[in-house]
Design a protein around this ligand. Structure first.
Ligand code: HEM
Length: 566
């Protein structure tokens, strides 16, 4: 039998032949694509599928001489059979034959992460879902067809340490795989990332940081005067700190001010950004859906006004840089422009990459530190003795009439209790709670007694590991002394604390974030006593934070009083 005859026999519109051929084709198709990373190729694959359907329809009409209607019916049957074969092959393979099949985990998660997305739609608290999965299944949980969540301290260095050969997972490709169009954070190629990171490191170096400090001090000053003028009412700390964090990032990012603190209102571009972050949080488990939606204008990764705002500011900075005589960078974007001007390899590789970097800076620099500060204030209000102890430490260094400019990072970073308060708040409520997905190298990865096969997505959820009683006794208590004189009893695995991530992909803004938090918390603690305005509100703040990649917290109503006897 020739090839054509075989093909004609296989594609015969005979119902029993369709029911036989197409499920097999579906299963065969799955076997062909199984080992490839198709997340970013869904568009071409869908186009191929549609073309195949049209071709099949044409062959039924013209080769097999069926009527138009009967051809349509046969095509529907054929594609349904194909889909059935494909789905059955995926489900059976993932559940019983996959290289991760022996890892425990929820049955549905082994087959698809869509189940996690459905749960996120209900409550969007994936950090808590991960916590209960670890409680139920142990330290190594299969949380997706090819994903393992790990709750072991030794995994931190193995996956994120400087020597680790793990790379960023497909999640980081949801904007694009084109290196010239993506931000530093989305760059998965380790060499390209290392090159680009150099320009960012210069923007946050010991030379650059002091130039940003007065802008933080100024904004902390505005915050204090806004609080002073509203002492008769509870204040939503989450909102006011968010104003501050974005204002600060506008200033250190582009030397432009969102002026949210002064105007006591959320900037339109930022409001829109926050609405989009909710979608991103829900779809985080299924990056391929993000990729598809990303193609549809206005849905995901298209923050309209926010994108325009950042692109406009970058364009202004470019013009300023061209005419600048000193060529001395005064903000982070200028450091990136300087690299481009000098044809340095660390420069963002194109205009789109620079625009993406500007958005990365504002988003990662603001939501993280604003949530971290709001959480710190939550704990300080909940533990009044700790707050008093912090105030006592500050009183030893600063006088009652100290000026905003006296609160320098140089002085503040020498206050151990202040840093312990910040560290303990970041332990209990890490700003990025559910881990950052990495890919194991082809040869696999050994974590303690467990071998994880190559090409597996691994995460270490900070929220889970940093609250584990085995690593941090009295884990759910807020005890800053854990980082000071009670290390021996309460800090059994310090390496399990990594809210800023580690290694080459770790947070570039860590030192800046610590400076900002020190200044803001110290200024408020010097000026005011604080207390919860309502028990229901503080409980809701604690329990209802959403996991939108970073935490999104609800309102935190606090009463502020000028300090008694001060
Ligand atoms: C409490 C505050 C902060 C926390 C907890 C935090 C945490 C993190 C974490 C966990 C990552 C790794 C993300 C990943 O692997 O995908 C990261 C990356 C990053 N952070 Fe932060 N961050 C904070 C503040 C800041 C600030 C203030 C800035 C900028 C001023 C900043 C800029 C960045 C950038 C640019 C990256 C990407 C680095 C890269 O991909 O090489 N972060 N941060």
């Amino acid at each position: 039998m020739g090839v054509t005859t075989t093909l004609v026999a296989l594609l015969s519109p005979d119902l029993s032949q369709i029911a036989l051929t197409f499920p097999v084709l579906g299963a065969a198709f799955h076997q062909c694509i199984r080992t490839s990373e198709i997340d970013n190729r869904l568009g071409p694959l869908l186009a191929l599928y549609s073309a195949a359907i049209l071709l099949l329809y044409a062959s039924y009409v013209f080769v097999f001489s069926l009527g138009w209607l009967r051809s349509a019916g046969s095509v529907i049957l054929a594609s349904s059979s194909f889909n059935l074969g494909l789905t059955a092959s995926i489900v059976l393979y993932r559940a019983f034959f996959h290289r991760l099949h022996h890892f425990p985990g929820p049955w549905m998660a082994k087959v698809t992460r869509l189940s996690i997305t459905t749960r996120s739609l209900e409550r969007n608290q994936y950090h808590l879902d991960l916590e209960s999965m670890h409680r139920k299944y142990g330290d190594f949980v299969r949380t997706g067809p090819r994903e393992i969540s790990i709750n072991r301290p030794s995994a931190v260095l193995a996956i994120s340490g400087p020597q680790s050969s793990c790379t960023k997972s497909t999640w980081y490709s949801h904007v694009s795989d084109d290196k010239t169009k993506i931000s530093l954070n989305s760059t998965r190629d380790p060499d390209v990332h290392r090159r680009r990171r150099r320009a960012w490191d210069r923007g946050f170096s010991m030379k650059a940081l002091p130039t940003y400090e007065p802008r933080v001090q100024h904004k902390a000053d505005v915050l204090i005067s806004q609080i002073r003028s509203r002492l008769d009412q509870p204040l939503d700390v989450s909102r006011w700190i968010m104003y501050l964090a974005f204002d600060v990032m506008g200033l250190i990012g582009f030397s432009r001010d969102f002026r949210q603190l002064e105007e006591a209102t959320e900037h339109a571009a930022i409001k829109e950004l926050h609405e989009q972050m909710l979608i991103l949080g829900i779809l985080k488990p299924v990056p391929w859906v993000l990729t598809i939606l990303g193609v549809i204008q206005g849905l995901v990764a298209n923050y309209g006004q926010f994108m325009t705002y950042c692109a406009d500011r970058v364009a202004e900075k470019k013009t300023e840089w061209k005419t600048s005589e000193s060529k001395c960078p005064e903000d982070v974007i200028s450091w990136l422009l300087k690299a481009a001007d000098e044809n340095d390899q660390s420069a963002p590789p194109g205009d789109q990459a620079l625009n993406e970097d500007s958005r990365l800076l504002i988003i990662t620099g603001s939501d993280t530190s604003s949530v971290a500060m709001a959480n710190a204030f939550y704990y300080l209000a909940k533990y009044p003795l700790t707050y008093k102890k912090l105030q006592a430490e500050l009183d030893k260094v600063f006088s009652k009439d100290a000026q905003a400019s006296d609160f320098t990072n140089e002085r503040l970073r020498r206050l151990p209790y202040l840093d312990a308060v910040i560290t303990e708040a970041l332990r209990l409520k890490p700003a990025v709670p559910s881990g950052q997905p990495r890919l194991t190298p082809p040869q696999g990865l050994q974590v303690d007694e467990v071998w994880i096969p190559g090409d597996t997505i691994v995460i270490i959820p900070q929220y889970v590991i940093q609250r584990d009683e085995r690593y941090f006794p009295s884990a759910t208590e807020f005890i800053p002394e854990r980082w000071l004189d009670q290390r021996e009893q309460l800090l059994l695995h310090e390496e399990a604390f990594f809210p800023f991530q580690l290694g080459r992909y770790g947070c570039v803004g860590k030192q800046f974030a610590l400076m900002e938090m020190r200044i803001v918390i110290a200024r408020v603690a010097m000026e005011f006593d604080i207390s919860f305005a309502s028990r229901e509100n503080s409980d809701a703040f604690d329990q209802e934070a959403k996991d939108t990649f970073t935490f999104t917290v609800g309102s935190l109503l606090l009463n502020f009083q000028p300090r008694k006897g001060f």
